[in-house]
Design a protein around this ligand. Structure first.
Ligand SMILES: [Mn+2]
Length: 334
């Protein structure tokens, strides 16, 4: 049981509060920050949600009152230097806050981590609220608000519901449980329009994203058993269909859905000799160990890393470590 009362105390003692999540934010990071923002606003706090990335179009519905801002050093650094407290949601790895995290650290700001990933903060957080059993960080924000008897407004509920619905794949992944459904019911009672959120998140794909999916579909490769499937996306493919980094979200899940595939791997070429690597597993194999060996991390069945090297180099090293991990886990199963 996390000591939510102590978080309440910390928040109580702070006037100016920054909320943020990881780069390329997802529904859980955004929804958690928004839910907490609306609570803090109700408490009269001077708070802002500032992310390093642009707000993805499909999450625009969360941006009531234009509360979500994209980081700009000229606009934000002075404000950030004077915050009393920073709440970071769903980050997985502190480095994924990029310049915002660096700015907070260099100003010695009290940083609190609220997350359902293992802590990869290198000691940067003053307080850690980690619950790896939680299906979503949104569920943890719900736990906090319940622990301190907060009335759930529609705006708070929208953030929590978005976190849970996206991190459970619309209540379909293995992390879905009774509690997720119970919270969902409470959110609906608070006025959340679930169909509207579903349409915004899942029926709002950019043409670039669909065109990019078209390019990868015939490039999916499999190992001999068909349990491991992988594909790569290079910069020229992205440019060809005018896609951006967030357009690739969900592709690894798409490949995991193929019959017989247990582990799906996506490798995306980024700048500066780095590649983004994503792993998804159906459950037979645990894949966050592989992500960790590449300097990343994540959940047992959904993890990722940023690896140094060319697309080809990263592909070779990822495939060999993934194959080795699958073989090792098979030996253990037998
Ligand atoms: Mn999450």
């Amino acid at each position: 049981m996390l000591d939510w009362k102590s978080l309440h105390k910390t928040i109580d003692g702070a006037d100016r509060i920054l909320l943020s999540t990881h780069e390329n934010p997802d529904g859980d990071g955004l929804g958690s920050a928004c839910a907490m923002y609306h609570y803090l606003q109700g408490q009269g706090k001077d708070c802002r949600i500032i992310h390093i990335s642009e707000l993805p179009f499909e999450y625009e519905f969360l941006n009531t009152g234009q509360a979500i801002e994209t980081y700009n050093a000229d606009i934000h650094n002075e404000w950030i230097s004077q915050v009393d407290l920073a709440l970071i949601f769903d980050v997985g790895d502190y480095r994924r806050t990029r310049q915002i995290g660096e700015e907070l650290a260099s100003n010695n700001i009290h940083i609190v981590n609220i997350d359902h990933h293992p802590d990869l903060s290198d000691g940067r957080f003053a307080d850690n609220f980690i619950n790896m059993e939680a299906a979503a960080t949104g569920e943890m924000v719900y736990d906090f608000l319940k622990a301190v008897n907060v009335y759930m407004t529609k705006e708070i509920a929208e953030g929590i519901y978005t976190g849970i619905v996206t991190d459970t794949g619309s209540f379909s992944y293995s992390n879905t449980n009774q509690k997720c459904h119970h919270i969902a019911v409470e959110c609906i009672e608070a006025g959340v329009n679930t169909y509207q959120i579903y349409q915004s998140v899942y029926e709002n794909r950019s043409k670039g994203r669909v065109a990019l999916l078209g390019l990868i579909i015939n490039k999916i490769e499999y190992n001999k058993t068909g349990e491991l499937a992988w594909f790569t996306i290079d910069k020229s493919m992205m440019a060809q269909v005018n896609a951006n980094q967030t357009d690739v979200d969900g592709f690894t899940d798409f490949v995991r859905k193929i019959r017989g595939v247990e582990v799906a791997v996506m490798i995306v070429e980024k700048d500066n000799n780095t590649c983004r690597v994503n792993f998804r597993s159906k459950g037979k194999y645990i894949i966050n160990g592989i992500a960790k060996s590449l300097g990343g991390g994540g959940h047992k069945l959904a993890a990722g890393a940023e690896a140094q090297g060319s697309l080809d180099e990263v592909l070779q090293s990822v495939l060999s470590s993934t194959r080795a991990s699958i073989e090792e886990q098979n030996r253990k199963i037998i």
